[in-house]
Write a protein that binds this ligand. Structure first.
Ligand code: GLN
Length: 544
């Protein structure tokens, strides 16, 4: 379906943060793709870090890595899981990157003679970033602006997107504003005033939203929709209610379609679209609603109270569960708790153990305790990045009896550095974007569990690390039963390890969670959940 020019949708948020703007933007992308349109997604983040790679997961949740090695906001994970358009460095742009580009240009002399200012130089740079996604093969660019209207740091971004319709025509742009209509128990009423105020703020900046998506705990009702429409100067049919989804995030796109959002966008942007096909999505939801089995997976990490710190891991476990009609219950365990408690008290009754990636030594000994428990009790174990490194340390200490075995990340003078710094990292001094990052190929050992699970012998996965399995210990490990089964194509780096003499013990140096989608679960997650299910069934038969 050829369009005349790329159209733009801007998604902003008002009233409060954490409204699920990323999920709504991804859902809009999904419903437009399901109408045959070619969509590109983008996130603008108004903080000064050049990318989120240097931030703790406590700040904005997990750092999501793309094939090209960009470290990005976790909303890009929603985009990749819900839509199919390619993502790259241009898909996530922060204030830091914008300023860095402008300052580099100034130093190079590109603006020679000019005073360099927020308007027009910063705003032009933001516009260029949005425009860079246009193309003959793109029907719609959806740009989500992080933060909430009213934030000081978001102003240059709002000013830039206000100017875009002047440049490419009002008819080619659509502004969607996401707000909240809270329910006040004492008044027994939904309140529309915060939405009115938030739209007022947008209009003061010069942006008149075309569509309002209103998050609600209770039914909005026709009266409230009309009131919002009147006060906010939008059509009543463009006030789209988005009730809380207790059950599953997969309901969001279906809810938007029910309220006619796909049709409205297509009409307002004059897009040539095909009929809607959401069959596969409805089927997925049916499977979410009707699981046949249930397993409990323990995830042992450092940020268990933060709902988004291991976002892609939790999502990938759900996808894998769907493949086996299984509800996956996650038991979140703080690694440090395992350092004090008996592992049995926290881990008995779980059907699988997953140790995710991470940095720094806090919680390491707890993760190692958990892995010992899984290894000795035949509980399926899946280690990811730091999780693999901990599995190597555990085996070295408890099976090879190298008592002070460690990673040089945690103990620079250990007698047995079974995990050590990558050669390419030895000269690195800066922290930003300097790890081994992004897609790397990996060859799988014939006959290994990895090869059987992937059903292929060459894979590509995304990386984000500085340390590696120390090849000097390889023979010792192999002789004792821990086998590297995936190598970088030059044969230098062990990317996967397995213990064949265990029901399912596999760990990887990369991040498979960044490549799992609801309709296409990652093979390793699917294999792990299948093994957990077998363990569960065995447990039930034995009555333990
Ligand atoms: N800290 C480890 C390293 O840098 C693991 C990184 C990770 O888990 N992403 O190699």
């Amino acid at each position: 379906m050829t369009q005349h020019a790329t159209k733009h949708i801007f998604v902003t948020g008002g009233v409060v943060s954490s409204l699920g703007k990323g999920l709504t933007a991804a859902s809009i992308g999904l419903i437009l793709e399901r109408r045959g349109l070619r969509v590109r997604m983008q996130k603008l983040d108004p903080y000064l870090n050049v990318d989120p790679g240097t931030m703790s997961p406590y700040q904005h949740g997990e750092v999501y890595v793309l094939d090209d090695g960009s470290e990005t906001d976790l909303d890009l994970g929603h985009y990749e899981r819900f839509t199919n358009g390619p993502l790259s460095r241009a898909s996530n742009c922060t204030t830091g990157r914008i300023y860095l580009n402008v300052i580099n240009k100034e130093r190079r002399g590109d603006y020679l003679g000019d005073t360099v200012q927020v308007v027009p130089h910063i705003t032009d740079e933001i516009k260029a970033c949005v425009m860079s996604l246009r193309g003959d093969d793109v029907d719609v660019v959806i740009t989500e602006l992080g933060g909430t209207v009213g934030d000081i740091e978001g102003l240059p971004f709002l000013e830039a997107i206000r100017q875009i319709p002047l440049q490419i025509g009002k008819q080619n742009c659509l502004f969607i504003h996401l707000t909240l209509a809270p329910y006040l128990k004492a008044a027994r009423e939904l309140k529309t005033k915060p939405t009115q105020h938030s739209v007022q703020q947008l209009r003061e900046i010069g942006i008149q939203p075309d569509v309002l998506v209103v998050r609600t705990e209770r039914d909005l009702g026709a009266g409230n929709a009309e009131k919002i429409a009147l006060h906010c100067n939008v059509e009543t049919r463009a006030v789209i209610e988005e009730p809380d989804k207790e059950f599953s995030i997969y309901e969001v796109p279906l809810g938007l379609v029910e309220h006619g959002l796909d049709e409205l966008i297509i009409e307002k942007l004059n897009l040539k679209a095909g009929p809607l096909d959401l069959t596969h999505w409805s089927e997925l939801l049916h499977r979410v609603r009707n699981p046949q089995h249930e397993v409990t997976i323990a995830v042992v990490g450092k940020y268990m109270q933060h709902k988004d710190a291991y976002k892609s891991i939790y999502e990938s476990l759900d996808h894998a569960g769907l493949a086996h009609s299984t509800r996956v219950l996650v038991k979140r365990i703080e690694a440090e708790e395992l350092q004090e408690a008996d592992p049995e008290s926290l881990l008995s009754g779980v059907d699988g153990l997953l140790v995710p990636g991470g940095f720094g030594m806090r919680g390491i000994e707890g993760k190692i305790e958990a892995i010992t428990y899984a290894r000795k009790n035949d509980i399926p174990f899946f280690g990811i990045c730091l999780g693999m490194q901990c599995a190597v340390i555990e085996f070295a200490r408890n099976v090879l009896h190298l008592e002070d075995a460690n990673s040089t990340e945690f103990s620079s003078d250990t007698g047995h550095p079974v995990i050590c710094l990558l050669d390419e990292q030895k000269q690195v001094t800066h922290k930003g974007a300097s790890m081994r990052l992004g897609a790397q190929n990996c060859d799988l050992k014939p006959g290994s569990r990895a090869e059987q699970t992937y059903e292929t012998s060459q894979i590509s996965e995304r990386h984000r690390h500085r340390y590696e399995f120390n090849p000097a210990y390889r023979k010792q490990f192999e002789a004792a039963g821990l086998i590297p089964t995936g190598y970088s194509p030059d044969g230098g780096l062990a990317e996967i390890i397995e213990i064949p003499d265990h029901p399912w013990f596999l760990a990887v140096q990369f991040h498979p969670e960044f490549k799992s989608k609801p309709p296409a679960p990652h093979p390793l997650f699917a294999g792990f959940v299948e093994a957990a299910l077998a363990h569960h069934q065995q447990r039930m038969q034995m009555g333990v």
